[in-house]
Design a protein around this ligand. Structure first.
Ligand code: KIV
Length: 279
């Protein structure tokens, strides 16, 4: 019917209260394609790539140029899901102009449809300006990994009364600033339920309980590919690291034992050429 087969912002928003929104991270074309084929609604090109792909300690060092490489790869692979790119640390805080320019690069060069920004009230001016420029923004409140150090580490947010009020106020503020959805990371489920019932925009939870309008996980966590720390909210649906190790070990031993490559993996010369070459 429509020439536009990719999910749009309204397609995501209309699911609120009707059906759950599904979201996962991806950083390359292979996984983007698989997520798309599986029917995921939203793909986040997360700055978690800093740790999971580039091997940094945290998300702080990743740059716009690095994020754009991942965004381009994902957008080449996914043709149906809405693609949101994470704005890396210091790509949006220095000035409104810089924030709009960098956000725009994810659409113009990265092939994404929206950007994600970490922070609550303190980033509302930035959200407003980017949205005014025509770039959809997904907000991210609660535990915001780019500020993990100021927050005292990777801790659940909103457990005491002051912090709970801050999370509620942040949710309201980012919605009023024009965010089309908000990621709630590591907040108690009762707080997430209250935010979900209060806001008109969808909430996408990660460690925020079952009442959110949608759920997001970091793909290598879900696949069991990342074996470092495992937060309580992660459910491993597969064990790719173990399977991968087994496959690699088998390859090593088969090569050493002369089992691989077999006849079926080799190319043959025709009889005529063999004879001509005396083989
Ligand atoms: O970068 C990321 O992967 C994220 C998720 C934790 C939502 O922001």
């Amino acid at each position: 019917m429509a020439a536009y087969s990719r999910l749009t912002i309204p397609d995501i928003q209309v699911k609120k209260g009707r059906e759950k929104i599904t979201a996962l991270t991806a950083y390359d074309v292979l996984w983007a394609r698989l997520l798309d084929e599986a029917g995921i609604d939203l793909i986040l090109v997360g700055d978690s790539a800093a740790m999971l792909v580039l091997g940094y300690e945290d998300t702080i060092p990743i740059t716009m140029e690095e994020m754009l490489v991942f965004a381009k790869a994902v957008s080449r692979g996914a043709k149906r899901a809405l693609i949101v790119a994470d704005m890396p640390f210091l790509s949006y805080q220095t000035s409104i102009e810089e924030a709009i320019r960098n956000a725009g690069r994810f659409l113009k060069e990265g092939g994404c449809q929206a950007v994600k920004i970490e922070g609550g009230k303190e980033v509302c001016d930035i959200i407003k300006a980017i949205v005014r420029a025509g770039i959809p923004v997904m907000a991210h409140i609660g535990l915001t990994p780019q500020r993990a150090s100021s927050l005292g580490g990777f801790k659940v947010q909103g457990r005491d009364i002051t912090s709970a009020r801050k999370v509620l106020a942040d949710a309201q503020a980012v919605a009023e600033a024009g965010a089309f959805a908000v990621v709630l990371e590591c907040v108690p489920k009762e707080l997430a339920a209250r935010i979900t019932s209060t806001l008109s925009i969808p909430t996408i939870g990660i460690g925020a309980g079952p009442s959110c309008d949608g759920q997001i996980l970091v793909l290598p966590d879900l696949l069991g590919l990342f074996e470092g720390f495992r937060p309580r909210f992660v459910k491993r649906y597969a064990n790719f690291a173990e399977e991968g190790r087994k496959a690699i070990q088998k390859f090593i031993s088969e090569v050493k034992e002369g089992i691989f490559p077999g006849e079926e993996h080799s190319f043959n010369l025709s009889e005529e050429i063999r004879k001509a070459l005396g083989l």
